[in-house]
Design a protein around this ligand. Structure first.
Ligand SMILES: [Mg+2]
Length: 374
C-alpha cells in the first residue's frame, strides 16, 4: 500500500458571485476561484483525492506555492511511503517544508493528508469516519455567509437566509467598519433566532473591538470570531475578560501547539476547526481533541472549498461532534466544480455522500476543463 504517484491539478472554478473578507477579495467572479486537487495513487491502484483552497488575502499560501510545494518538494519524498504511515508522511512533509516563523505551508500539506486518508479508507473499504471510530451521518447543517458593506445589502442577504431555512449566519465585518453595528442590527431584526456568528478576520485593534463588543452585546450575537490580529493572543484574552460575548479564534490557531498556547493564555472560548489551515484532517482532528479536552467549544469552518474539501471537512466535524451550523460555504459561491455530483444546499443543509473514503467522485472531464497552468 505504498504511494506510487502524486498528481496535482490546479484549476480556476467558475463562481456565482465574488467573495470578500476584511482583507479584500478571496474569490473574484471574473477570474474564478483558485483550487488545487491532488490525487495520490497507491501501488494497488487505489486513488485518494485531496483539495487545497489557497487565498493570498487570507494567508501567505497561493495557488502557485501549493503546486510548486507539492510537485518540487513532496512528490519524490513521499513516493514509496506506505499510506498507512500517515504520521511519517507528515514528518516527511514537515522536514521538506519546515515551519519557522510561518506554519510551513499547511494548505498544501492538507491536500496530501486528505488524499492519503481517502486512499486509506478506500483500501480498507470503509467510509472515512470509521478512521475516527464514528458512524457516518447523512446531513451537515450550514451557516449562511453574509459579506456586505451596507444595511440594504445585509437585509437582502438576511431575507434570503430566512427564506432558504438557514439556522445560522456567519457575518463578515470590518469590510466597511463604520457600518458594522448597523449591518448586524439589520440582520438580527430579520433573523432573531439563528446562531449568529460574527467574523472580523483580524480587522480591529483592541480598543475598537471593545467598543464594538458593547454594541454587539445589545444586539445579541452568539460569538465574535478573530477580532484582532492573529498573533495577539494577549489582546484576545483582554477582550474576553471585557465582554460577555464568547470569543473564537480562527487565524490564530493553525497547529496543536497554537491550541495549547491559547488555552494557557485563556485567549478564547472557542476555536475554529479548518481542515486546510491545520494541515489536513488528521491534524485538525488533533487540534479539536485538545481544545475539547480543555473545555473549549469548536466551530467548523472552511476556505470556500469545493465539494471534495466540503465533504471531507463535514465528515470530520461530525466526528468532532460540532453541533453549531458550520461555515462550509463553497456551494454559495461556486457555479461548478469537478465532482460527478456537486454538493447541493437544501434548507441550509447538505446531504453527505455515502460510500468508501470521503465519498467524492471526480469528474475528470471537468477537472481538465477548469485546469490552468501556474
Ligand atoms: Mg474565520
Amino acid at each position: 500500500m505504498q504511494i506510487s504517484a502524486i498528481d496535482v491539478f490546479p484549476v480556476h472554478l467558475p463562481m456565482l458571485q465574488s467573495f470578500s473578507i476584511s482583507g479584500g477579495k478571496v474569490g473574484d467572479k471574473n477570474a474564478g476561484a483558485p483550487h488545487v486537487y491532488v490525487k495520490v495513487t497507491t501501488d494497488d491502484g487505489i486513488e485518494g483525492w485531496g483539495e487545497a483552497r489557497p487565498s493570498h488575502r487570507w494567508s501567505y499560501e497561493t495557488i502557485e506555492t501549493v503546486v510548486t510545494t507539492i510537485n518540487n518538494y513532496f512528490v519524490d519524498a513521499l513516493k514509496g511511503v506506505s499510506i498507512f504511515a500517515l504520521e511519517e508522511i507528515h514528518y516527511i512533509m514537515d522536514k521538506q517544508i519546515a515551519s519557522g516563523i510561518t506554519r510551513g505551508q499547511p494548505i498544501a500539506k492538507a491536500a496530501i493528508d486528505m488524499a492519503v486518508l481517502d486512499a486509506i479508507a478506500k483500501t480498507i473499504h470503509q467510509p472515512i469516519v470509521h478512521s475516527w471510530f464514528t458512524e457516518p451521518q447523512n446531513m451537515i447543517t450550514l451557516s449562511y455567509l453574509i459579506s456586505v458593506s451596507n444595511e440594504e445589502e445585509a437585509a437582502e442577504k438576511a431575507r434570503i437566509a430566512k427564506a432558504e431555512g438557514y439556522s445560522g449566519v456567519d457575518v463578515k465585518i470590518g469590510i466597511n467598519p463604520g457600518k458594522d453595528l448597523a449591518i448586524l442590527k439589520t440582520i438580527k431584526e430579520i433573523l432573531p433566532d439563528v446562531y449568529f456568528r460574527v467574523d472580523a478576520n483580524q480587522a480591529y485593534h483592541l480598543k475598537d473591538a471593545m467598543r464594538l463588543c458593547k454594541g454587539m452585546e445589545e444586539i445579541g450575537i452568539s460569538v465574535f470570531e478573530q477580532p484582532l490580529v492573529a498573533g495577539d493572543l494577549i489582546g484576545h484574552a483582554k477582550l474576553r475578560e471585557f465582554t460577555t460575548i464568547p470569543i473564537a479564534l480562527d487565524e490564530s490557531i493553525w497547529t496543536p501547539a497554537d491550541v495549547v498556547r491559547a488555552i494557557q493564555l485563556s485567549a478564547c472560548d472557542m476555536i475554529v476547526i479548518k481542515v486546510t489551515k491545520m494541515g489536513g484532517l488528521s491534524r485538525a482532528k488533533r487540534c479539536g481533541d485538545i481544545a475539547k479536552a480543555a473545555g473549549l467549544e469548536l466551530l467548523g469552518g472552511g476556505l470556500t472549498e469545493s465539494s471534495l474539501g466540503l465533504y471531507a471537512s463535514a465528515h470530520l466535524f461530525q466526528a468532532l461532534d460540532i453541533a453549531t451550523p458550520v461555515d462550509l460555504n463553497g456551494p454559495l459561491f461556486l457555479a461548478d466544480d469537478p465532482s460527478k455530483e456537486m454538493a447541493v444546499i437544501q434548507e441550509g443543509k447538505i446531504q453527505l455522500p455515502k460510500g468508501n473514503g470521503i465519498g467524492w467522485i471526480v469528474d475528470k472531464k471537468k477537472l481538465k476543463q477548469y485546469s490552468i497552468t501556474v
